[in-house]
Design a protein around this ligand. Sequence first.
Ligand SMILES: [Zn+2]
Length: 294
Amino acid sequence: MLLLLRVNGQSMRMDMEQAVDKVLSIGSYQYRPAHIARKTRKLATQMWGDQIAPVILDQRFYFEAFDNYRATSSWGDSGNFTPANGASVALGHWDEDATVGIALHELAHEMHLRNGGYDHSSDVIREALALMAEREAGLSRRFDREPYYTASNLVAELSELRHFRRMSFKQRWDELVVLMTDTELSDVVNYYLDRSEGLGFDRWLRRYTDRPAVREALLSVMANCSLRYSLDYRRALVRGVARCHLLTPFEQLVKAFDALMTLDSRYPDDDLERMINFCFAPLARSRRGPLAFG
Ligand SMILES: [Zn+2]
């Protein structure tokens, strides 16, 4: 694995795995290049197996260190990936372990590119894959700007769900790498929430309709509505829908989702769970017999 040392406008190449006993001081951190390279290679191999071909780590990925390093509050400068040039990670921003996490983040972009689908996927999907990869190295970050905000929230939610968490990294990766949009990712969260907690939504949906197009449409509306929900609000929504009368017309369900999204955008400070009940409770199976719609 290569480390480029940028000194006085020149760049020196260091084979990190051969740099045994070397320690570099950059910014406020100390780095052992051989240790970082070993750990990055080991984790990447555990995560992607044979797919992480030697050519990737040797020719499409490098670390770099600048002699004119200045501490900056921006984490964004630490890692970089372009489909044309591959991935790089600058030392000086994070400690050793977190630097390995950043390396796996950037390698995930490369693996996504090689997998196919990178060009057509949204930024949220690209970052979600990368953030799931850095979590494997123990780095878990929160962000306040997009697309990282939505991506990190959805990945954090997935990692809390038993049925998703217990799968191998490869299985989780395969599940997400085929996605294109943030709505599809939100749907995956709803799916694993329902399975992990036995909310009964999947069963309800199968009884509600046997038409795949209708199911897809409903799942998509629900995923879009819950895109920025916490797990608690997702749970309330999924439960609320699964309580709806099986004879509720599709249009009526869509209207309830629309009403909920309108209320939520109009009254962002109000209790969302109450709004969910307000929109879906009237559609619930009634104990008092036949339901009147309207
Ligand atoms: Zn990224």
